[in-house]
Design a protein around this ligand. Structure first.
Ligand code: FPP
Length: 214
């Protein structure tokens, strides 16, 4: 969801205003994607590298996550189930503040009965760390069972082993890199690049991205 900062700068607004607009865009995209019967939508909300941003910006982005996870009525109205991927809260190095942990847990619980689209938010997420951790856990399994470390064994230990392979990966705001997102899961993904900044991402871009896989 790139380009929040640039979107705001172009309007003479602080970067935080771009993130606020980005959260609204995400709420719209979730609704539109659910309406189009998308099965799984996974968004990169906050990376393990994002903690180095200015504290006021980090606080603002964290607040927007609470806002998004708090949209329970809307998520339920759209039959959307929330999930999360990221560094487990009890692992060394985890920095997720308790209120965000609670917002994540509550959203997962309060939408668990829904049967439609799964919205997975990557928060405090980094793909290489995810794969390295999965490989470590697979190595422990292999040592105890005397087997070798297979791709399937690594896949079983990803943050959410049920997350299906990515069909289409979307990158906004003219960025044409993958940036440590779902490297394992996106092995066969089509990639949709758009110059639109995330706050300007709308139904037309969503349709164009989905057309790559329909
Ligand atoms: C990139 O814009 C976006 C982020 C760092 C993530 C924050 C995303 C949001 C607030 C959208 C809402 C999402 C959730 C899950 C609440 P940038 O700061 O890198 O902008 P730039 O590329 O223009 O500098």
């Amino acid at each position: 969801m790139d380009g929040n900062g640039r979107w705001a700068k172009r309007r003479g607004l602080p970067r935080t205003a771009g993130h606020t607009a980005g959260e609204e865009t995400l709420a719209t995209v979730v609704r539109e994607a659910a309406r189009r019967n998308v099965g799984w939508l996974t968004v990169f909300g906050f990376s393990t590298e994002n903690w180095v941003r200015p504290p006021s910006e980090v606080r603002h982005i964290l607040g927007l996550h609470r806002k998004l996870f708090g949209r329970i009525d809307e998520l339920n109205a759209n039959n959307v189930r929330v999930r999360w991927i990221g560094r487990p809260f009890d692992e060394p190095g985890s920095r997720t503040p308790a209120p965000i942990q609670k917002a994540i847990r509550d959203a997962i619980r309060d939408t668990s009965h829904n049967t439609g689209m799964v919205l997975t938010v990557a928060f405090d997420y980094g793909s290489r760390a995810e794969i390295a951790r999965a490989a470590r856990l697979a190595a422990v399994d292999a040592a105890s069972s005397g087997s070798t470390i297979s791709p399937a064994a690594i896949a079983r230990h990803l943050y959410d082993p049920e997350l299906p392979p990515v069909d289409v990966l979307v990158r906004t705001s003219g960025e044409t890199r993958i940036s440590n997102f779902l490297l394992w899961q996106a092995r066969q993904a089509r990639v949709f690049f758009t110059d639109a900044a995330w706050p300007d991402f709308g139904a037309d871009e969503l349709d164009a991205a989905l057309a790559l896989v329909s």
